[in-house]
Design a protein around this ligand. Structure first.
Ligand code: 0O2
Length: 203
């Protein structure tokens, strides 16, 4: 790639624009003093070394790097599993981008134990040279799913993707425990939300 800054600029723009838009969704729920299905939002442009690794895995050359779906990545964290589906519905209802693919790793989690709901969108970016449509991946997950994925990601990095079997087995057990945590929290959801409303009013 001759000019990474030039290539990545629209992706940086998508990340910044979507972070604002998704945070506004959260604020709108807060203003209604309703439960917000969005706890917090993060975003990043994929670092160049990771782009190069992924491009190699997928057999892409510099002309096709734009096919990588998560160069622009957004993450929406939710308290409860049901909130994830509320967020997905909100995303489906938007008119400022088009959903091109959905991957549900919650009803069918990955072998690693990874759970999350991925939505790939085509997002129009306005530039001084006109409009360009770029892909972005929005990962929607609970706080528990995020905790597990963050830990697993760093362990995976440490072992360069070759996690020893005993650690793998423990991670799978941890993934099961995280799914049970989500289930238990869903079971006492009304109690939790009642407490949060009182807490919110006191602040
Ligand atoms: P990073 O550092 O987050 O950018 P592929 O990436 O080719 O395996 P695909 O089909 O292109 O898969 O995309 P998919 O399945 O939507 O996964 C892309 C991203 O989801 C990953 O990006 C991770 O962020 C996350 N993810 C997927 N599987 C796992 C997993 O088993 N563990 C963790 N912790 N995260 C996962 P990158 O590029 O791998 O990494």
């Amino acid at each position: 790639m001759e000019n990474w800054d030039l290539f990545l600029a629209p992706y940086q723009q998508v990340v910044e624009e979507l972070k604002v838009k998704l945070k506004v969704m959260r604020e709108q729920f807060d203003n209604l003093s309703d439960h917000s299905p969005i706890e917090f939002v993060t975003g990043r442009v994929k670092p160049i070394p990771s782009i190069l690794i992924k491009a190699k895995e997928k057999g892409l050359n510099a002309d096709n790097y734009h096919e990588i779906q998560d160069l622009a990545g957004l993450r929406i964290m939710c308290q409860f599993v049901d909130d994830i589906y509320t967020v997905i519905e909100l995303l489906r209802g938007r008119s400022d981008f088009e959903i091109v693919e959905e991957r549900d790793y919650i009803s069918r989690n990955k072998v690693s134990g990874y759970r999350s709901y991925h939505v790939v969108i085509s997002y129009p970016v306005e530039t001084i040279n006109g409009q360009v449509k770029v892909l972005a991946e929005i990962q929607v997950r609970t706080l528990a799913m995020n905790f597990w994925a963050t830990i697993e990601h760093s362990i995976n990095y440490k072992y360069s993707g070759q996690i020893p079997e005993n650690i793998h087995a423990r991670l799978r057990r941890a993934a099961e425990a995280s799914a049970r945590l989500d289930e238990e929290m869903s079971n006492i959801r009304e109690e939790i939300q009642e407490a949060q409303k009182i807490f919110h009013r006191k602040k």
